[in-house]
Ligand binder design. Structure first.
Ligand SMILES: Cc1cc2nc3c(=O)[nH]c(=O)nc-3n(C[C@H](O)[C@H](O)[C@H](O)COP(=O)(O)O)c2cc1C
Length: 353
């Protein structure tokens, strides 16, 4: 019996298996609106058999976009554009999930295939914000430190986006607090050098994320799961690390977060990562065991046996796959066959099975 292909219950939601599509920016939206590309891209992976399909980082405000081409969820038109996509994912048996994000000092940058670093304001860029006035690196925009009103607005933007996510039909919301974006910038002492209530020690640096989680949980129904993606370590001495991630995860669990999606890095160009298969799995395992919260493992997971082992060993409750699912949207169907499990194809495809 495959554990990877056993259902996972979180609150009132049952995932048909433990394979989730990891969020992946498509840099293909105009005015933050998802379109036919997003429907086909995400829809194919639902048809491919994933238990949960998560959208790319959807910006909670225009200034929170990584690039001018990011998708968003800061207005009703975007909500209405996401709704048929969420409905299609659900009709295919995949839980529709959306990642809510604010890029902070990594905003207003070029989509990867259009350039690197800051998009000038004349070319459609915008002024960016951060906990402290320190750029990611010399090629990135110089941020302005958020004041108390700006911080309150960020919390309100996450709350409002969660309301729209529910109205659009999503069943899981993930707050993006990883990869060096705004909420991670507040967590890490390398990017947060504030000496007010939003900086300093662990309590000050974690405050914004916890306030965002409270605001989102306050509008997200009891019956639906709330996830948070974190970077378990900055991979830089003196930065955010695994011990702080464990302490944070305990606080998240107490505030009604249902799963920590455990990634790493992205905060500092000084990071040194030896990215090999499973390299982030030990972080998910430690957080799961020490903080008593469900975890997702992600990063260079590419085979059925590897994914099965991660879940069977109790290192994570599910796996999130990104690039392998770009290469093969049908990976879950292939993995099921490899592991002797069965997932039903859509009725339209029955004659091939
Ligand atoms: C094209 C692309 C876009 C990505 N966009 C996001 C994103 O929007 N949000 C996020 O948290 N991670 C993003 N990631 C990171 C992935 O979700 C994943 O964590 C990472 O690729 C490692 O998993 P993999 O080895 O299975 O690709 C992106 C990765 C890729 C390849």
């Amino acid at each position: 019996m495959s554990v990877l292909f056993s259902p996972l219950q979180q609150r009132g939601l049952v995932l048909r298996n433990r394979i989730a599509v990891s969020p992946m920016c498509q840099y293909s939206a105009v005015d933050g609106l998802p379109d036919a590309w997003h429907l086909v891209h995400l829809g194919s992976r639902a048809v491919g058999g994933a238990g949960l399909v998560m959208t790319e980082a959807a910006a909670v405000s225009p200034e929170g976009r990584i690039s001018p081409d990011d998708a968003g969820l800061w207005n009703d038109a975007q909500r209405d554009a996401w709704a048929p996509i969420a409905a299609f994912l659900r009709a295919q048996g995949a839980a529709p999930a959306i990642q809510l994000a604010h890029a902070g000092r990594k905003a207003s940058t070029f989509a990867p295939w259009r350039g690197r670093g800051a998009v000038p304001v004349e070319a459609g860029g915008w002024p960016v914000v951060a906990p402290s006035a320190q750029a990611y690196d010399a090629a990135y925009p110089a941020p302005v430190a958020l004041d108390a009103d700006g911080i309150a607005q960020v919390i309100e933007d996450f709350r409002a986006a969660a309301v729209r996510a529910l109205e659009a039909g999503f069943e899981v919301v993930e707050v993006h607090a990883a990869h060096g974006y705004l909420l991670h910038q507040f967590l890490s002492p390398l990017s947060n050098t504030r000496n007010d209530a939003w900086g300093g020690g662990f309590e000050g640096r974690t405050r914004l994320l916890l306030d965002v989680v409270d605001a989102v949980r306050g509008v997200w129904p009891e019956r639906l799961p709330l996830w948070v993606r974190i970077s378990a370590t900055d991979w830089v001495d003196g930065g955010w690390d695994l011990d702080q991630s464990i302490a944070l995860s305990r606080l998240l669990a107490a505030r009604g977060v249902d799963l920590v999606d455990v990634s790493s890095g992205g905060l500092s160009p000084a990071q040194r990562i030896d990215a090999v298969p499973d390299y982030q799995v030990p972080f998910a395992a430690r957080i799961r065991r020490k903080a008593g919260i469900a975890t997702g493992a992600v990063g260079l997971i590419t085979t059925a046996a590897q994914a099965e082992r991660i879940v069977a060993d109790g290192d994570a409750d599910l796996v999130l796959l990104a690039r392998e699912l770009l290469r093969d949207p049908y990976f879950p169907r292939r993995a099921a066959q490899d592991l002797g499990a069965k997932i039903d194809p859509p009725d339209q495809y029955l004659r091939a099975w």
